[in-house]
Design a protein around this ligand. Structure first.
Ligand SMILES: *Cc1c(COP(=O)(O)O)cnc(C)c1O
Length: 809
């Protein structure tokens, strides 16, 4: 859509804005300026900014309608959106104005931004990708809706007690949510269970239970405020919230029981990353939001275009991983049972409408549901899945697939307890299946989808992930943004690939100095934050070496910690050497049931306690585990990082997006040839990144040929000393056996190949040290990273989806 189709309201003056904030405070919040607390000012500011957004929002909706535009529907069980005020005000380019209007009332925009709750409706990268995509879709003026669940409690808040992770509920709605609009008129019936009857050739599903899905909309403003899309999150409600007969009979709990059961559906986000939740509630959540979204999409299509036949021409539905895969069966059900389609005709429409994005190759993370559960909860969908499967296997057979291949392609896993394979369902029902980095897409073709790929060789394609440069450069790093504008002008704000114009500045010593000064000032701000929040002093002149991401064995925080211990041992043995001072920063949450990941958090904290207290090393090495990793914390830490740790076992990180954020903010990467690290290396060049370790092929070969970690550990004196120190309780004198099991896991098995990559990793770290000492060379590399990673803007990713998968550009 072109920008001039949406209205540009006149800019109100600062005084008018100040008046309108005060008016909102009084008439909407019900407080005067004297009584108002910071949260009241925040709400009044958001409501006022929102007024501006709403007009643009309605204009965008009308423009899309008038143009008869095809719409993109992004279905995701997670949207890790974080705070929205700074995002909205920056994209509207009203930061100065709002700052000055608030100053009239003695308020500070930056302080109000800091008290906005961080909307953590996601676990990690997958949810953050959905949020970046929503912002890019709006910035590219593409009519789009995000569909998800409005969790009352999103991701838990992490407290660190005596070094251990403690999970606390995060009550992000405690003060209400001024961004959202409840749409009571957009409500849908969502059934569960019951039975299927057939009368004549009509199939009828009579669910045993039902809840109502209510839409709650949040506007998503694009860059420069030209276009506004909708994030539509579903809330669950009982139809008859209170059963008056029961209430009057004195059965108060029974009277409210349905309501409580319904609300349970949208109460919590499953705190899991890369492992499926096996609970029935999870499948209910998936169907609940899939069904509401499909019904809404079909209703809108018919309202605008009249004829359901044209759905694939006017709607592109993208499945963010398999969590919404049941949508494939749901659209089939709606077409067949409600719109009288024959199966084959419905199937063609379905395949042309859906695209599916795969996010993981970890076999334990591939979603499947016990067939008995699926059938009990969704009996009609079970029949449809069987029909799809029959058709799929017929096609496979006539293409000459053998029995083994047929078994791999089947939507039903017949080995052991029969299960419905959601990835196969998503693949079968989509015309496009994409991976999220080149290596990942390549491995998809060779592993999980090898047989489906042979049958449908044109469907798999790659769309390397990206990040929105508005949030991850412009907003989180205003100092660097100002410096870049001074050097190369404003073009990069609209097209991140123009950052390449910065490349020659790596050779300009005056620019390097200013670049280094910005980095240092970001480090000072982070150091102050860490001192205030953790009472730990870190030196902004030391190298900030950062690993922040979900705690997971494949991401190998343990490799980093073991190397930290080895470095600590080395400094103690050779205090006379010229060590490069480092601060090791960690942050990340562990899934609450993931014991090893929680133990890794404790180990990082135990190592920190000892290292930070050692007078021999304390000026050379500091370790900090910063609690409660979320989007807001990432926005603080990323601009202050010197070194970005992206050290997953090769072949296991589908893409990573943290790696892109760091590079765009001038951190150098130490990493394996995994996920998008490979593509980052290709762009920044070998001299501006530190690559180590085995390749994905080498990892596979080592596993196949019998890997013996014990002999690797015995052969590496540094590794052996570090591992035996940890195992014998050097860092846990209060409980010397605490890490015996964790270290034992390295000796026998070491699935994630920590030992195999250790020596090469340690050697790469010493190359990092040497480069950091040459501060000019380091800064030049940092500038080249910023200049060369504009391609990782999610605008580029979305353009590729729009062109190749959705055909909307
Ligand atoms: C970017 C981001 C992630 C993803 O980080 P990876 O290093 O790619 O795993 C996870 N959580 C938050 C809060 C993020 O901002």
């Amino acid at each position: 859509m072109t920008s001039d189709t949406a209205v540009q309201p006149p800019e109100p003056t600062v005084q008018a804005l100040a008046d309108s904030i005060l008016d909102t405070l009084v008439h909407r919040i019900g407080k005067d300026a004297q009584a108002a607390r910071p949260h009241d000012w925040l709400a009044a500011t958001i409501f006022t900014v929102r007024n501006d957004i709403v007009e643009r929002w309605m204009a965008s909706t009308k423009a899309a309608h008038a143009a008869g535009a095809k719409r993109v529907y992004y279905l995701s069980l997670e949207f890790l959106i974080g705070r929205l005020l700074r995002d909205a005000v920056t994209n509207l380019q009203r930061s100065d104005e709002v700052t000055r209007a608030l100053a009239i009332h003695g308020q500070t925009l930056a302080e109000l931004e800091e008290i906005e709750p961080d909307a953590a409706l996601g676990n990690g990268g997958l949810g953050r990708l959905a949020a970046c995509f929503m912002e890019s879709l709006a910035s590219l003026d593409l009519p789009a809706y995000g569909y998800g669940i409005r969790y009352v409690n999103g991701m838990f808040r992490q407290r660190i007690d005596d070094g251990w992770q403690v999970e606390m509920p995060e009550n992000w709605l405690a003060h209400g949510n001024p961004w959202e609009f409840e749409r009571r008129e957009s409500a849908y019936f969502i059934g569960f269970g019951g039975e299927v009857t057939i009368t004549g050739n009509r199939v009828h599903w009579n669910p045993a239970e039902a809840v109502e899905a209510i839409a709650v909309d949040t506007p998503v403003v694009g860059w420069r405020g030209k276009w506004v899309n909708t994030l539509r999150l579903w809330n669950a409600r009982a139809f008859d919230p209170i059963k008056l007969d029961k209430f009057n009979a004195g059965d108060f709990e029974g009277a409210l029981g349905d309501q409580m059961r319904a609300e349970t559906l949208t109460r919590v986000l499953y705190p899991n990353d890369s492992t499926p939740a096996g609970q029935e509630l999870r499948l209910r959540q998936e169907y609940f939001f899939s069904s509401a979204s499909i019904q809404d999409i079909v209703r809108r299509h018919i309202q605008y275009f009249g004829d359901i036949q044209t759905l694939p021409d006017k709607a592109a539905i993208q499945l963010n991983d398999t969590h919404p895969a049941v949508s494939v069966a749901e659209l089939m059900r709606v077409l067949i049972d409600h719109h009288d389609f024959a199966f084959d005709a419905a199937w063609e429409i379905t395949k042309r409408t859906f695209g599916y994005t795969n996010h993981t190759l970890l076999p334990e993370a591939l979603e499947s549901w016990p067939l008995s559960l699926f059938e009990r909860l969704l009996p009609r969908h079970m029949q449809i899945v069987y029909q799809i499967n029959a058709k799929l296997l017929r096609e496979a057979r006539s293409a000459g697939s053998n029995d083994q291949s047929i078994a791999a392609i089947s939507l039903i896993d017949e080995g052991g307890e029969r299960r419905v394979r959601m990835a196969n369902l998503a693949f079968a029902g989509s015309h496009s299946i994409n991976g999220v980095a080149a290596l990942h897409t390549d491995l998809m073709k060779k592993t999980v989808f090898a047989d489906l790929h042979r049958l449908y060789p044109t469907r798999i394609n790659n769309k390397t992930n990206g990040i929105t440069p508005r949030r991850w450069l412009q907003q989180c790093n205003p100092g660097l943004t100002a410096l870049i504008r001074e050097a190369i002008g404003d073009g990069f704000l609209d097209d991140a690939e123009r950052l390449i114009d910065l490349d020659p500045f790596a050779e300009d010593s005056g620019f390097r100095e200013r670049f280094a000064a910005v980095k240092r000032s970001n480090k000072v701000m982070l150091a102050n934050h860490i001192f205030e929040s953790m009472n730990l002093r870190i030196d902004p002149d030391a190298m900030f070496d950062v690993q922040i991401k979900r705690i997971h064995e494949y991401k190998r925080q343990l490799l980093n910690i073991v190397e930290t211990v080895a470095l600590y041992d080395q400094i103690r043995s050779h205090p006379e050497r010229d060590w490069t001072p480092r601060v090791k920063l960690f942050a990340g949450k562990a899934a609450s049931s993931y014991q090893n990941a929680k133990l890794v958090i404790k180990l990082a904290n135990d190592v920190a306690r000892r290292v930070n207290a050692d007078p021999m090393t304390r000026d050379l090495l500091r370790v900090a585990f910063v609690p409660n990793y979320n989007v807001s914390l990432a926005e603080r830490i990323v601009p202050a990082a010197d070194l970005s740790e992206q050290i997953s076992t090769a072949g296991m990180e589908a893409s990573g997006t943290g790696n892109m954020k760091f590079a765009m903010n001038g951190a150098l990467t130490i990493g394996t040839l995994d996920g998008a690290n490979i593509e980052i290396k290709d762009r920044v060049g070998d001299d501006n990144i530190f690559i180590f370790g085995m390749t994905a092929d080498e990892v596979e070969a080592k596993r196949a040929n019998g890997y013996d970690p014990r002999s690797v550990i015995e052969a590496s004196p540094e590794l052996r000393q570090a591992v035996s120190g940890i195992a014998s309780g050097v860092f846990s004198p209060d409980d010397p056996g605490r890490y015996a099991g964790l270290m034992g896991g390295l000796y026998d098995g070491d699935w994630f190949m920590v030992a195999a990559d250790f020596d090469d990793y340690a050697a790469a770290q010493r190359r990092v040290d040497a480069r950091y000492v040459d501060r000019d060379a380091w800064t030049a590399s940092a500038i080249r990273n910023v200049a060369r990673v504009g391609w990782f803007s999610s605008d580029r990713t979305i353009r590729e989806y729009a062109r190749d998968i959705w055909t909307v550009m």
